[in-house]
Design a protein around this ligand. Structure first.
Ligand code: VTB
Length: 330
């Protein structure tokens, strides 16, 4: 992929973040998601590419979505696979809580996991130091011990980040008994996995079952950061269940292990994210009457470059359709 595309993709996540951030804290996650989806779609239409959504959200949460198979981009450009989550953490935006991101990953055609039937994935993720020692095949205790050794730390120094869900009761207990510190999050496991792979973050490893699209997105970022992720898809459709309590969360145990290359193949992956609400990785959107500020990160696996992009957007100079999407009033 041409490296210039990286900046184009930042424009896409910026647009999604600007549109959904305007609706922060209104208690309506679908409204915020819809705004981000529309902005993302419109901005993709300005990029010279033939993109196709390989994995996206929406299905699992019945949210307004960029659907799997949807074509994105202006055409007449490279054929690319797209993984998207216009709002990773819709609940976070609805409540104004930290760590909501607009996020995407792009790779040449055939490189991103295509798993239309999969809604959930069991995942494990860490940074470069632990890449050769952790595995989803091992127990949480073994993973923590091996990671501590590799990092020359004590297990009690490690921080494991896990989604706070009833399905993780045993995992959380095991991690506590192994002696590690635990950070429970309500949503946003992409940001959690990325944090686990970043050198100076406050977490060392991310574990547990989260969304499948979020798994592909995190793997793309970790590829750029030199970290490691493994996953196992859960072959279940949550819409077939009355409540999540009825789901057999152990159903993934016989599923094949997905390596980094199964999730995001090759070495030509771009990951971009823009903060919607403030978080450990990125600042959220700030608005004044005429100007909105965004903070984004864009990474390329080919070179391993990680760029933070701070932008001031002159809302008064944007096209009218865009002004409408971001709620600008003259
Ligand atoms: C996670 C989290 C997302 O979905 O992937 C989670 O990172 C998993 O699904 O922000 P459940 O909520 O059903 O546990 C999200 O919360 C978004 O849907």
């Amino acid at each position: 992929m041409e490296r210039e595309l990286a900046l184009e993709f930042v424009r896409v996540t910026e647009a999604a973040a600007l549109a959904s951030a305007r609706l922060m804290g209104r208690g309506n996650k679908n409204e915020a998601d819809q705004a981000a989806v529309s902005a993302m779609r419109a901005m993709f239409d300005t990029v010279q590419m033939e993109g196709k959504v390989m994995i996206g959200e929406g299905e699992k949460d019945e949210a307004p979505m960029l659907y799997i198979g949807e074509k994105l981009g202006a055409g007449n450009g490279p054929k690319l696979d797209v993984a998207v989550d216009p709002v990773e953490g819709t609940n976070l935006v609805a409540k104004g809580l930290p760590n909501a991101l607009a996020v995407l990953a792009i790779a040449p055609e055939g490189c991103l996991l295509h798993a239309p039937e999969a809604y959930y994935m069991n995942k494990i993720a860490t940074g470069p130091i632990g890449r050769d020692v952790i595995s989803i095949e091992l127990s949480a205790t073994e993973n923590l011990n091996r990671l501590a050794d590799a990092m020359q730390k004590d297990v009690s120094d490690l921080v494991a980040v896990i989604l706070d869900r009833p399905r993780h009761k045993n995992l959380i207990q095991e991690v506590r008994e192994a002696g590690a510190r635990v950070k429970l999050i309500t949503d946003g496991d992409v940001a959690a996995a990325v944090a686990a792979a970043q050198p100076n973050s406050s977490v060392d490893i991310a574990m547990g079952i989260g969304g499948a699209p979020e798994g592909v997105l995190a793997a793309a970022a970790l590829k750029c950061l030199g970290g490691k992720m493994e996953g196992r898809l859960l072959p279940i459709d949550p819409s077939k269940f009355k409540s999540k309590e009825e789901i057999n969360w152990d159903a993934h145990k016989g599923e094949p292990i997905l390596t980094m290359d199964d999730l995001a193949k090759g070495d030509d992956v771009i990951f971009a994210a823009t903060g919607i609400t403030d978080g450990g990785m990125l600042r959220g959107v700030r608005f004044t009457k005429e100007i909105a500020q965004t903070q984004s990160v864009v990474m390329r696996s080919q070179t391993g470059t990680v760029r933070t992009v701070d932008a001031n957007h002159r809302l008064d100079k944007k096209p009218e359709v865009f002004q409408k999407l971001v709620g600008y009033k003259k």
